[in-house]
Ligand binder design. Structure first.
Ligand code: GDP
Length: 601
């Protein structure tokens, strides 16, 4: 192949016996892709065996010659038109290939899907449609084959066209075209045939020459998955460099940017290329570094987008079309790892909406798990909001991968942001509270007996130390007043209550959950429960707040905490002296009616 000659890969799909091999055989024969004399040889063999000639036999014969390195191998055939070279790939029959496509290791740019006009749409026709959508194959042409068996009736063709178009619409695929063909008789494959005077569209060969190569469309919104944030360590240089590979779009120094899901904003000060000429604009496929005008706190895994362009969706629940390759089934109640752009997040399967199972028996109702090689429509949930595109909006950033046992086990595309319904924690708390058997001793009576109300006091600090010092000082002070106060640090929780969490499969957000449950119990017992946390974010706090309800929580920031956006009950300035800090905390507790006004701490 000359360097300039274009080549594109086309995936072939279709229910078994609908005529895929016949159509491929025709295409190869009529584009002179076959080795000299091959066609005659196969015809002669058929005559000898008193079998009618089949184009499909051609493929078998060619497969047998694999060792000679020509034309075809297990899953691919090659041919060329005047315009360019083609590789036809038998995708659904080839799991390894599917995996490579889904993970981006190999690429195909268009698909031909064969439907038998007489049999109509079968389960595999749908299954392959799902596959196409997962593979990001938006250029799809449907060949309505065996038109000779239905007398070239345009009504049959139209019915299949409208039914299958409606099905594909759900997958956000708009087929490029439907072509009525007969692979057996060569109708509309390479040349237009008189049998279908009512059809005015392209032949199969015309159509594949019309397929477009996938380029990085510059018009797409800018999307950078933030891989890393480097800090210059030179003296006095507080700049940070944001890095990642640009998925789509372009960006220029001076552009305003938004980080998602945090919502932080800044402006690009410079675009830095580590080795290469200086440029001010960076586009899809490049991996430069960016310095920002303002120093903001962001984490790897966020997306950087351009202000004024459509943002990503943000949510914790999304509807996904998934292909499962894992050895173990994808089950509910277990935590998996989600890879979405540069983000790594825990993820759970919350609902299985539909499964096309691997045995190709069809759609299975009421399945609650996804087995190996199943294709399924599911709802996934992350503990914290994540940012993503819908595959219908931007294909490159609407894909995700699910990891189980350190291996890619599932791959899918995001169809919708599903924000209805409670999160699983909300649901859990609601159910817990309905079932909660209250103590025979009312809260108010406990408060009278103890001389104070109950509260969960959370100190958040950047280094952990300042928060712990204050938390312990508060416990001491309250205890000296004979209050029921107890400080519990996360180290002790980790060694005791959470000791089993290091076992595989425990969700990484579980320590926070357990602390929240503990707070619910200890505040119910009338105590002032104090803890100190570091490295937490707004969602951790929201989780704690939710879990400790109906009791309330007080959040005190010891110093500046850039990872938290929420406003605390009290923000202590960095370096506040402990005595002064306790005075402010006490004032807050009095104001919240935890302790009475008469107490001066
Ligand atoms: P595949 O399993 O999709 O590859 O299907 P094949 O290409 O092996 O075809 C299955 C059967 O359908 C074979 O017996 C073919 O001869 C027959 N067939 C394929 N295309 C046509 C067609 O256009 N018209 C008719 N009448 N039969 C066809």
């Amino acid at each position: 192949m000359s360097a300039t000659e274009e080549q594109i890969s086309i995936v072939m799909a279709g229910h078994v016996d609908h005529g895929k091999s016949t159509v491929i055989g025709r295409l190869l024969a009529e584009t002179n892709a076959l080795p000299e004399g091959k066609l005659e040889q196969v015809r002669a063999m058929c005559r000898r065996n008193a079998r009618p000639f089949e184009y499909a036999f051609l493929l078998d014969a060619l497969k047998d010659e694999q060792s000679q390195g020509i034309t075809i191998d297990a899953a691919r055939c090659f041919f060329r038109t005047e315009k360019r070279r083609y590789i036809l790939i038998d995708a659904p029959g080839h799991i390894e290939f599917l995996k490579n496509m889904i993970t981006g290791a190999s690429r195909a740019e268009a698909a031909l899907l064969v439907i038998d006009a007489k049999e109509g749409i079968r389960e595999n026709t749908k299954r392959h449609g799902y596959m196409m959508s997962m593979l990001g194959l938006r250029q799809l042409t449907v060949l309505v084959n065996k038109m000779d068996l239905v007398g070239y009736d345009p009504k049959v063709f139209e019915q299949i066209r409208s039914d299958y178009t409606a099905f594909l619409e759900r997958l956000q695929i708009r087929p490029v075209s439907f072509i009525p063909v007969s692979g057996l008789l060569g109708v509309n494959i390479v040349s237009r045939s008189p049998e279908t005077p009512w059809y005015r569209g392209p032949t199969v060969l015309d159509q594949i020459d019309l397929f477009q190569r996938k380029e990085f469309p510059p018009a797409l919104p800018f999307r950078l998955p933030v891989q890393d944030i480097y800090k210059f360590t030179e003296q006095g240089d507080d700049r940070r460099i944001v890095t990642g590979t640009i998925e789509t779009g372009s960006i220029t120094a001076g552009d305003a940017v938004v980080f998602q899901p945090s919502g932080k904003t800044s402006r690009i000060r410079s675009v830095e290329y580590f080795n290469g000429p200086a440029k001010t604009t960076a586009t899809a496929g490049e991996a430069p570094g960016f310095t920002l005008e303002t120093q903001i706190y962001i984490r790897p895994g966020e997306w950087m987008v351009r202000e004024g362009q459509p943002p990503l969706q943000v949510g914790t629940r999304f509807r996904v079309n998934l292909f499962w390759m894992g050895h173990d089934p994808f089950i509910q109640g277990k935590t998996y790892k989600l890879k979405l752009g540069a983000l790594r997040s825990p993820v759970k399967l919350v609902e299985v909406l539909a499964v096309l199972d691997a045995t190709e028996q069809g759609t299975v109702e009421g399945k609650s798990q996804v087995d190996r090689h199943d294709v399924a429509e599911v709802i996934l949930e992350t503990p914290k909001p994540v940012a993503f595109d819908l595959v219908g909006d931007i294909e490159q950033t609407g894909r995700l991968v699910i990891v189980d046992h350190y291996e890619i086990a599932g791959a899918g595309i995001i169809l919708a942001n599903v924000q209805t319904g409670d999160s699983s924690i909300e649901k859990h708390v609601r159910e817990r509270e309905i079932a909660w058997k209250p103590s025979a001793i009312p809260m108010a009576e406990r408060a009278t007996a103890y001389g104070h109300g109950a509260k969960f006091v959370v100190f958040a600090s950047r280094d952990g130390i300042s928060g712990e010092v204050l938390a312990r000082a508060l416990e001491q002070r309250l205890f000296s007043l004979h209050f029921k106060a107890y400080y519990l640090g996360m180290d002790n929780v980790a060694r005791g209550l959470d000791a089993d969490l290091s076992e595989a499969g425990a969700p990484p957000d579980d320590p926070i959950r357990r602390l929240g449950e503990l707070a619910r119990i200890l505040t119910d017992s009338g105590q002032i429960f104090i803890t100190s946390l570091t490295g937490i974010d707004d969602y951790d706090l929201a989780t704690l707040r939710l879990l400790s309800s109906p009791h309330e929580i007080v959040v005190i920031h010891a110093g500046d905490i850039p990872s938290l956006n929420h406003s605390p009950s009290l923000a202590l300035k960095p370096g506040t002296d402990t005595g002064e800090a306790l005075g402010q905390i006490c004032a807050l507790l009095r104001q919240q009616k935890v302790i009475e006004d008469t107490y001066q701490i």
